[in-house]
Ligand binder design. Structure first.
Ligand code: FBP
Length: 332
């Protein structure tokens, strides 16, 4: 008996059929993102052969050196989404201000925030990287999108997800009805359902953090990491340390295996490193949809009212029990 082929477009359509009055514009937007994922995958998969490794020589608004693949992914996403008729503006890690769609194209009712290539410091070493997207419904009436359409708290997202360019390419997303994973089958060029309704374990055995920053962390975080390293079988300690250095890859592993990822505030960056709108908020949306939690240590990530497009926040995210415990240590 052949396995039913569940492509991502069919899955998205079937989800839409459950929403009375749905116009199909959102379905179209998710399908557009799927196309961008395939095009970027093609470049990532042959990066070592096509002179797309290395740097462009430019620096982005974060003061980071832009890689050629960052630049390619950024331009490709703007090209495909900007001309889709589904968005009224875009925002990206690679651009200081919001990005208007090309003249002559219709304004859609959504805005999308993008981290075009997450983990870019890992590209040249052929380590997994990703693309992160966060979708909001516009709040302004019509016409061009404005900053106001982007500065919305995370709980107002209507969808979020990531594309993981790892041993296989996966697209994992949520529209508020669970978290679902699709794997790209290169032989048919389609994302097929491989991980339906992902549930993160209530408690994990893995912690993920750049311990090179240990000396810069506050006492609470240091005590928490020390606690995870102590021997105690009853509480599965010591936890294993796993850190890839690509947020998408580290979160994906923890979603499946359980555990906690921490990029805390530190003496060098009082707000940590990761950006609220296109890193922390979309990941928090996914992890909460999968039964986990996401916090700054003091506040739920999805409740934060954004004030700037590229603002940073401390991020403590993963299995619910582990995040709650980390919060206790941070607050003590
Ligand atoms: P970008 O590559 O998109 O700038 O993302 C930031 C990031 O690379 C995350 O993917 C990762 O979790 C973190 O920074 C790694 O930071 P560090 O090198 O300080 O550990």
């Amino acid at each position: 008996m052949t396995q039913p082929i569940m492509t991502i477009s069919r899955y998205i359509l079937e989800q839409q059929m459950k929403v009375p009055g749905a116009t199909g514009e959102f379905t179209g937007l998710l399908t557009t993102i799927t196309l961008a994922a395939k095009v970027i995958t093609r470049e990532v998969r042959r990066a070592g052969l096509s002179n797309i490794l290395g740097l462009t020589g430019a620096e982005n608004v974060q003061g980071e050196r832009v890689t050629k693949l960052d630049d390619f992914a950024h331009k490709m996403l703007l090209e495909i989404l900007g001309r889709s008729g589904q968005v009224c503006a875009l925002a990206s890690e690679e651009e200081a201000d919001i990005i208007q769609i090309p003249d002559g194209y219709p304004y859609g009712k959504y805005v999308v925030l993008l981290d075009p290539l997450d983990g870019s410091s890992n590209i040249d070493a052929n380590v997994s990287v990703g693309t992160i997207f966060s979708i909001h419904r516009r709040v302004t009436k019509d016409g061009r999108g404005t900053l106001e359409d982007f500065l919305q708290p995370g709980y107002k997202q209507v969808g979020a997800g990531y594309i993981l360019y790892g041993s296989s390419t996966m697209l994992v997303y949520s529209t508020g009805h669970g978290v679902h994973g699709f794997t790209l089958d290169p032989t048919v060029g389609e994302f097929l359902l491989s991980h339906e309704n992902i549930q993160i374990p209530e408690k994990g055995k893995i912690y993920s953090a750049n311990e090179g920053n240990y000396g810069r962390w506050g006492k609470g975080i240091q005590n928490y990491i020390n606690y995870l390293k102590e021997e105690d079988k009853k509480t599965d300690r010591p936890y294993s340390s796993r850190y890839i250095g690509s947020l998408v890859a580290d979160i994906h592993r923890n979603l499946l295996y359980g555990g906690i990822f921490l990029y805390p505030a530190n003496s060098k960056n009082a707000q940590g490193k990761l950006r609220l709108l296109y890193e922390a908020a979309p990941m928090a949306y996914l992890v909460e949809q999968a039964g986990g939690a996401a916090s700054t240590g003091y506040e739920r990530i999805l409740d934060i009212q954004p004030v700037g497009l590229h603002q940073r926040v401390p991020l403590i995210i993963g299995s619910k029990q582990d995040v709650l415990q980390a919060e206790e240590f941070i607050r003590s």
